[in-house]
Write a protein that binds this ligand. Sequence first.
Ligand code: GLC
Length: 485
Amino acid sequence: MKIAIVAAEAAPHAKAGGLADVIGSLPGALKVAGEEPSLVVPGYASIKENVETAPVIRDVPMRFGAGVERFSVLRASDPHGVPMYLIDHPGFFERRGIYGENGKDYPDNIRRFVFFGRAAAIVSAEVVAPDILHAHDWHSAAAPIAMRADNGLRPRFKNALSVFTIHNLAFQGISKREDFALLNLEAAYNSVDYLEFYNHLNLMKGAIVLCDGASTVSPTYAQEITTDPELGFGLEGVIRDKGANFVGILNGADYDEWNPAKDREIAATYTAAKPGGKRKCTRALRDSLGLPNREDWPVVGMVTRMTGQKGVDLLKDALDAVMRLDLQLVMLVSGDAVLEKFFKDAELRYPEKLRAIIEFNNTTAHRIQAGSDALLMPSRFEPCGLTQMYALRYGTAPVVRSTGGLRDTVSEFDPAAGTGNGFAFDKFEAAEMVAALSRMVAIFRERADWRALMANCFASDFSWERAARQYVEWFTRLRKARGLS
Ligand code: GLC
């Protein structure tokens, strides 16, 4: 199958969050599975400066609202040798950030990404001729919309199916209704059956309605967003209407980048069979942060963007109770000025127990994963979550709120049965989180139990191989159902 993957982020050169990690891995995994993927992404300066590119098509004019925009197409290759096509439009994409900078979104993001999705559909038709166009999140939603609703493009995708993957339903690409004009579609699509949403334009809704198959990134989140209105963000009915054409496929984790046996960023490498190096990593982490070397206390790591989704506010409310436990907490967090200040101030109150590093830094993320005994993820909701998968790989026990992908990857350790790979709590409540952390601290004191838990962490396998196989099976099923082979 020829698969055109359309996305606004791609690790390593264009990353804002977990979406980039997925787009950095999925194409390579599909290639290994024997398929023929290619990638279509915006021509950000950060990519153009770091990879070799060659022009493919120059100066394509595209009607865009009342005007015309021109773009070129550059060909490059992703780290796994998958062809990567860049939509080159310096006015929209040669900026420092992906969605914005200094904590503020660019005001023209709707224009930028409607343009991107539409251009990506044209490029897919011109250079890929895919069997499947696979678009991700609202920034790519205009691609499957154009593929099905644009009279000029529809015939060119006669034998192709479109699939749309939701990585986060909290961001839907909602805008003022007049922006519908940017799609240059018949007025009929500006209705409640398609792109209209409470008198606004909703790009994600349009993609979900018009795609042949929709998915999200874990089975539990798939179930939650069709049944719990608080998590469905108004689209639960639209998603339910997809019926069997909506599925949940758990992401994989990039085990080349996240591998304690080969990691160059950490103080000592280690493996499940010989985990001794992990103690050195813990020591190095404490030393680098000036934390006392209390080996009787577990180090708890936290690596996250501070959005409402991630539950950092829950930790804020419970911080004093958490600090009463015998543990140390090392946070790598950024994104919310009020919370940043709160944890920096709290550091001064708990000099022996708390460090808050305010930035996003990949090297530090590796050192925290390797040096921590446990990793805290108290998410309010979590479509998949990748950080807990990385933690497991490093023998670091996740302490999670059981929601979305966290529920699908982490289960409570039972010392009697020897089962489970972490600690999980159900309700989004401070007391439940503190209780889970204190169960963790108690197990940490029982060295044999903790060793059994670590072995279960190491044994958890969330490889891309499995995820890619599930995508291929799903694409094949969709094509068969349409009488396409
Ligand atoms: C988003 C979600 C996260 C998921 C990632 C990749 O960032 O919030 O849960 O792991 O996308 O699918």
